[in-house]
Design a protein around this ligand. Structure first.
Ligand SMILES: Nc1ncnc2c1ncn2[C@@H]1O[C@H](COP(=O)(O)OP(=O)(O)OP(=O)(O)O)[C@@H](O)[C@H]1O
Ligand SMILES: [Mg+2]
Length: 297
């Protein structure tokens, strides 16, 4: 482990709080997140991981932001998968979905605070470039209000974000220079990982039940063709502000009905439409264009 990181860990453990990790893909963010939690637990702190990476998720299924407050025994990648709380973002890419991503992330940081976590680590997507990368991270910083920002610097790509964090937040901003020899995963490997995570979520057994067209957010316009919803991932909300899990919509042509396919069977009052289509074996069926779907601006 680099001395840069060692120093950072020591500082955080001496004065624990909220740590936001910023960096491109394959920069080591999740590895550092888990290491921080491990050391926090070792020091007797109660810890929480807010996994705001909706594509390469470590807590909860893809399309969700997940909170997990593990004990030392639960700090394995396998065990972290099971979320204590979920917030639906409905997307696997931040582009065009900044609002739902920022809102879901900030909601779960608040949830971690409500659970009295001493140390809260926020792991984020590797979407750090361009105007939208800046807007996304700026608003995440505003709403999560971290005590520390750890920036995984690689070839200067994070300079604008480090500048923003320093100028617009009171966080202690620390730059960590990413080792050039970290293994990178291909786009294909990332897609397979995501599909496996979706598949694992549905593998434990699912129920199917009929869905009324009036339960959706956004509300469906009159005379809406239900067939257009086939395959869309939905967030299943309990009506008290929590997400109970995700499901996939299935359109039955022979009876013109829409069914929900999900491991969640109880306590669902509303369904939030997501922006991706999948099969229940996890395979991607492509993105959903909301404006096109609703024929509106
Ligand atoms: N200090 C390290 N030494 C050796 N290998 C490491 C180290 N940190 C991370 N890795 C490896 O580098 C790869 C990327 O790490 P990690 O998944 O933590 O990055 P990430 O930034 O979370 O990536 P993603 O964009 O997929 O979220 C993994 O294979 C991990 O095992
Ligand atoms: Mg990661």
């Amino acid at each position: 482990m680099s001395s840069e990181l060692e120093e950072f860990y020591e500082r955080v453990l001496a004065r624990p709080g909220i740590v936001l990790l910023l960096g491109g893909i394959d920069a080591g963010k999740t590895t550092v997140a888990v290491e921080l939690l491990r050391r926090g637990l070792q020091s007797g702190l109660s810890v929480g991981l807010v996994d705001a990476d909706v594509a390469q998720s470590s807590v909860g299924p893809p399309t969700t932001v997940g909170l997990r407050c593990p004990s030392a025994e639960e700090l394995t990648r396998e065990s972290l998968r099971v979320a204590d709380e979920l917030s639906f973002a409905g997307t696997i890419t931040p582009r065009g979905h900044l609002l739902s991503l920022v809102a879901a992330t900030s909601k779960l940081v608040l949830a971690a605070r409500a659970r009295n976590c001493d140390l809260i680590v926020v792991d984020t997507t590797g979407f750090v470039s361009g105007l939208y990368g800046q807007l996304l991270k700026f608003h995440k910083l505003q709403l999560t209000n971290p005590d520390y920002v750890l920036a995984f610097e690689r070839g200067g790509e994070l300079e604008p974000l480090v500048g923003i964090a320093r100028r617009f937040t009171s966080a202690e901003v620390v730059e960590h220079h990413v080792r050039p020899d970290l293994p990178a995963r291909t786009v294909e490997e990332r897609m397979i990982f995501r599909e496996e995570q979706f598949a694992a979520y549905f593998q434990g057994g699912v129920s199917r039940w009929k869905v009324k067209p009036s339960v959706f957010m956004p509300t469906l316009p009159p005379e809406f063709d239900l067939a257009l919803l086939d395959g869309i991932v939905v967030g299943m909300e309990d009506g008290r502000g929590s997400c109970a899990g995700i499901g996939v919509l299935e359109y039955d042509d022979s009876q013109n009905v829409l069914r929900m396919v999900s491991p969640v069977t109880q306590g669902v009052r509303g369904l939030r439409l997501g922006s991706v289509r999948i099969a229940t074996d996890g395979k991607s069926r492509g993105p959903v264009d909301f404006r096109n779907l609703f024929r509106t601006d």
